[in-house]
Write a protein that binds this ligand. Structure first.
Ligand code: SAM
Length: 519
């Protein structure tokens, strides 16, 4: 190919992958591209570009060829030391020790970086919800396999990680090391192009991270691409979250709501905790609390037990933390009040305006229970309005909530969520037989609902039916593992599948201990 053809091809590649080649790399990339074109039986670069766009397989082959997946366990150990000493303790101080840390290994290559973090968290008994992404399908497939050669442990990592791997002996004195299933399950991998503007993406769980490792990938991009990526990475951080780049990486453009910490072993960035007047925030703190408390959003209050003394009976209990009131809530409250004003129109017998439901949900999530009650009371002919109404009442008075929940289930006998809430409230009042009947109705309507299985487990556990309880928690656990770990579990409102799975697993372990001790 001639120089202008090559340049056109490189520009097309850069536009699609972000990858940029310096003049000293041109010979080698040209060789790689020529070989690939030959293999694909393409004889001119323009046809190659068309094939890249039209045939995903060609695109994937290209990406696999031109990316460099160099990585190993605990690369730049000081970063992991920083996470151990500063990131996790700081995060725990804000959120408590039981919530999972949300972390993203952006450009994870074959997974060593993400699994190093999983191992570190395991050593610190820190629940973690980890995502690894890379542009290369080959790397993502390797990461999912989690089977490594000794080379992946160069630099002395083997001693730290040995007990998490099974050594497999291959012919010719070769060995592979397979990561334990338990740790593999903590990391979820996705194909994703960092240079594309497809994140933060709340739906896909690419947002609100407490920690992002974006190391040894920015070096492959030019300044324009880095400047476009930086704000997207910052915006993917939760307030107080950290972004760690490697010591050899170019600096990121500063941003007003992000502190830059320069160390001799790399530059780290921390998003400010408070974000009043934070114009870069994609959605307000009110809409997307950094780690919303599942208990705040749905679990009825137990008036008989102090917050600290309460035993976990739901994933919400098991993973709960505290949610600070954040600047921005006030404005949102005003917006919610505005909706109330509009809601004074005669109640409609069609679906309630989705705006009203959204605003009522927001009022509930922000602790504005009276407002949520007022917003929903004209719409109780709709099951979702009833659920918000009951959840809000439960935060004020369990008695009133039980009463209106009983009305709600009579009105909406097919609404699983309402039976679930009813059972949850009755359990809070220790009315175990009634709770069992209510959850039985929810199970009848939807056995696949994770929270219904979980609550059934909690009720049976309280009734001393350990083996039955175990089976329900196991069902809940299995239901979670079939989902994206970042997916939010219905009825829990804001518990992720990973957090709920961890809570179910912990209940199962508790039951095993009880069974082991029983005569
Ligand atoms: C040198 S490895 C770094 C791996 C790991 N982060 C580390 O520091 O050990 C660079 C990785 O970046 C990935 N990569 C390159 N361009 C990318 C892009 N646009 N989006 C996502 N990943 C990309 C490559 O596929 C490769 O796996």
């Amino acid at each position: 190919m001639n120089e202008s053809e090559r340049n056109r091809l490189l520009i097309a590649i850069q536009q699609r992958t972000g990858l940029f080649y310096r003049s000293d790399q041109l010979l080698s990339i040209e060789r790689t591209l020529t070989q690939l074109m030959r293999r694909l039986d393409l004889d001119n670069p323009d046809d190659f570009v068309s094939a890249i766009d039209e045939d995903p397989d060609v695109y994937n082959q290209l990406v696999n060829e031109i990316t460099i997946g160099e990585t190993y366990f605990f690369r730049e150990p000081k970063h992991f030391e920083f996470i151990r000493r500063q990131v996790i303790p700081g995060w725990r101080a804000r959120r408590g020790a039981s919530l999972p840390l949300r972390a993203w290994s952006a450009a994870c290559a074959s997974g060593e970086e993400a699994y190093s973090l999983a191992i570190l968290c395991d050593q610190m008994s820190q629940p973690v919800d980890l995502l690894g992404t890379d542009i290369s399908p080959h790397s993502i497939a390797q990461a999912r396999r989690a089977s490594y050669r000794e080379w992946s442990f160069r630099g002395g990592a083997m001693a730290m990680v040995q007990n998490h791997f099974t050594e497999i002996h291959l012919p010719h004195h070769q060995k592979r090391y397979e990561l334990s299933e338990r740790l593999r399950r903590r990391v979820h991998f996705q194909l994703r192009n960092l240079a594309s503007n497809t994140y933060p993406d709340r739906q896909a769980g690419i947002d609100n991270f407490d920690l992002i490792l974006c190391r040894n990938v920015l070096i492959y991009f030019d300044r324009g691409t880095i400047d476009a990526i930086a704000p997207r990475l910052y915006e993917s951080l939760a307030p107080g979250g950290w972004l760690i780049t490697a010591s050899g990486d170019p600096p990121l453009t500063p941003q007003a709501n992000v502190d830059t910490i320069t160390t001799e072993y790399g530059t780290f960035y921390q998003r400010h905790l408070a974000f009043a007047n934070d114009e870069t925030q994609p959605h307000s703190a009110f809409e997307s609390p950094p780690h919303p408390t599942p208990r705040d959003t749905h679990t009825p209050r137990d008036p008989h037990t102090s917050e600290d003394a309460r035993k976990p009976t739901s994933p919400a209990d098991a993973v709960r933390g505290s949610r600070a009131t954040l600047p921005g809530d006030a404005t949102q409250d005003q917006a919610a009040q505005d909706h109330v004003t509009q809601d004074h129109a005669p109640p409609s017998h069609t679906r309630p305006p989705s705006r009203t439901i959204t605003a009522a949900r927001e009022a509930l999530a922000s602790g504005n229970y009276d407002l949520a009650i007022r917003m929903t009371e004209g719409h109780l002919q709709h099951a979702d309005a009833c659920a918000i109404h009951v959840r809000s009442q439960a935060r004020i008075s369990t008695e009133a909530a039980i009463e209106s929940c009983a009305d709600a289930v009579a009105r909406h006998p097919l609404a699983t969520e309402l039976h679930y809430l009813h059972a949850s409230l009755l359990l809070d009042r220790n009315q175990l037989d009634e709770a069992l009947r209510a959850i039985g109705r929810a199970l009848f309507l939807d056995r696949s609902a994770v929270m219904v299985q979980f609550l059934s487990g909690s009720i049976q556990l309280r009734r001393g039916q350990w083996k039955i309880a175990y089976r329900h928690f196991e069902n809940a656990f299995k239901g979670c593992t079939q989902q994206d770990p970042h997916a939010l579990i219905p009825y829990s409102k804001r518990d992720t599948a990973a957090a709920t799975a961890a809570a179910a697993e912990s209940e199962m372990k508790k039951i095993c201990d009880l069974l082991a001790k029983s005569p």
